[in-house]
Design a protein around this ligand. Sequence first.
Ligand SMILES: [Fe+2]
Length: 213
Amino acid sequence: MAVSSFVPLQKLKEVFRIDGEELLRFQKPQVIRDNKNAWKKDEEFAKEMLAGVNPVKICCLQDWPIKSKVDGTICKISEDDIQKNLEGLSVGQAINNKKLFILDYYDDFIPYLRLINTTAAEDISSKVHPRAYATRTVLLLKNDGTLKPLAIELSLPQEAQFDGTPPQVYLPPEEGAEEWTWMLTKAYVVVNDSSYHQLISHWLQTHAVVEPF
Ligand SMILES: [Fe+2]
């Protein structure tokens, strides 16, 4: 069977370049082909929740306020935080119209953050500097059909090791230095998303389910 019968010719041409470019020098991903900073956009951040490695976690937001099933705590993202970006809807209307979505990793990560944030080299009883948070991201399905992140909450276990730091809510910045804080906050979400993909969606729910049989 010819390779071209199961690999599209266009893909073969991208790998085995005949246009003078180096062999195995791949084309730029479409997202940065026209604008090399496009990956920084909120639109791309939200798109990757559906078109990225782990599209199975994002879901329609049905209950407000958002509550943990693990410890019963209420999410700190308030109506005031997101109201101005709801395209004229109230939070209740947006929920009823299935316009609000959530990527909620609080319950999945909060029980393990103490271990994740403590390396073997550190005394487990000493104060630690967080490397990971449990994140919640609330998004709006806009009228143009794209998703827009409205607010991100970062949480740590309420233990002495973390100074009992309360959850922090971050909002899309208008401009300036806050843009980098927002970028870092989005990075913590992506860390949750890719870690959950590797260990839960991929390993646990596929390999660990099928391979014992
Ligand atoms: Fe695999």
